[in-house]
Design a protein around this ligand. Structure first.
Ligand code: ADP
Length: 260
């Protein structure tokens, strides 16, 4: 037959290469689709406050001799929309920072008890407004190698959510513990909880359980993706347990010694 050069093993190799190529192509397409979705979500989120501002300003301009009170009322609404726009942009900037590689971490040995105390001190006034009890319990002093800014942001988001999605007169409990390898922070709340079908989505960018309710309480849907990315950069893990109408518990686990 004179064609021994094309053997069975050659054929298998060609097939393997083509399978690998298709796999990579599939991945590139998925990344591109997710990038497009992200850009379209960002545009939509940024446009919403702008649309409201435009409507408010236009309706003021259309009125001949609008009373001062009306101006004040509309300007207050416009200012709120500006604040909202600002929050979305700030969250987006944080998210971009957290999307980078671990090389961007600024690792230092930190006292985690102090770090948590500081976060709670800052958030206590917000909790007090809704008469929510904020309790911190530490089982031992913990020192760990972390990026102070990113870890602070990650934990602040969890505590802020625990306050925001809580009930009046509710409670938020923060626990700190450690073993020989990791430290653990648990943020438990007595809040509204998260429905089972939403649990797998809450770490996605812009995902909110109840859009209108979250909007009312000033959410962007970016907080938990920022938190998750920050924890993953530290080679840590985050878990959530929740029961609708009863409350939610987030647990993070972070290595005591940073592994480059
Ligand atoms: P947001 O800016 O809307 O708070 P997050 O990414 O921080 O965005 O959270 C995503 C969604 O997960 C929230 O909109 C809310 O529906 C839900 N969620 C987060 N934390 C809690 C919590 N502690 N209790 C109940 N629901 C929560």
């Amino acid at each position: 037959y004179g064609n021994e050069s094309f053997s069975v093993s050659d054929y298998t190799e060609t097939q393997l290469i083509s399978e690998a190529f298709n796999k990579i192509l599939g991945k590139i397409r998925a990344i591109d689709a997710s990038r497009q979705e992200f850009v379209s979500n960002v545009s939509h989120e940024l446009k919403t406050p702008l649309t409201s501002m435009k409507v408010l300003a236009d309706s003021l301009l259309m009125q001949e001799e609008a009373p001062v009170e009306l101006y004040k009322e509309f300007m207050t609404d416009i200012t709120e929309e500006i604040d909202r726009e600002n929050k979305i942009i700030n969250d987006l900037l944080s998210l971009v920072k957290m999307d980078k590689t671990a090389a961007d971490l600024n690792i230092k040995a930190m006292n985690i008890n102090d770090l948590l105390e500081l976060i709670l001190k800052r958030l206590r006034p917000i909790a007090a407004k809704r008469n929510i009890e904020l309790v911190f319990e530490s089982f031992r002093p913990v020192t760990a190698e972390v990026d102070e800014v990113k870890l602070t942001l990650a934990i602040s988001n969890l505590v802020e959510n625990a306050i925001k999605y809580n009930v009046e007169n509710g409670w938020v409990r923060i626990y700190l513990n450690a073993d020989h390898k990791y430290f653990y922070v648990k943020v438990a709340d007595s809040g509204i909880g998260i429905p089972d079908e939403s649990l797998e989505h809450i770490f996605e960018r812009f995902y909110r359980v109840d859009k209108s309710h979250s909007r009312e309480i000033g959410g962007t849907g970016l907080g938990l993706s920022i938190t998750r990315n920050a924890i993953l950069m530290h080679r840590g893990a985050i878990r959530v347990y929740s029961k609708e109408g009863e409350g939610t518990t987030f647990t993070i686990r972070v290595p005591l010694n940073y592994i480059a």
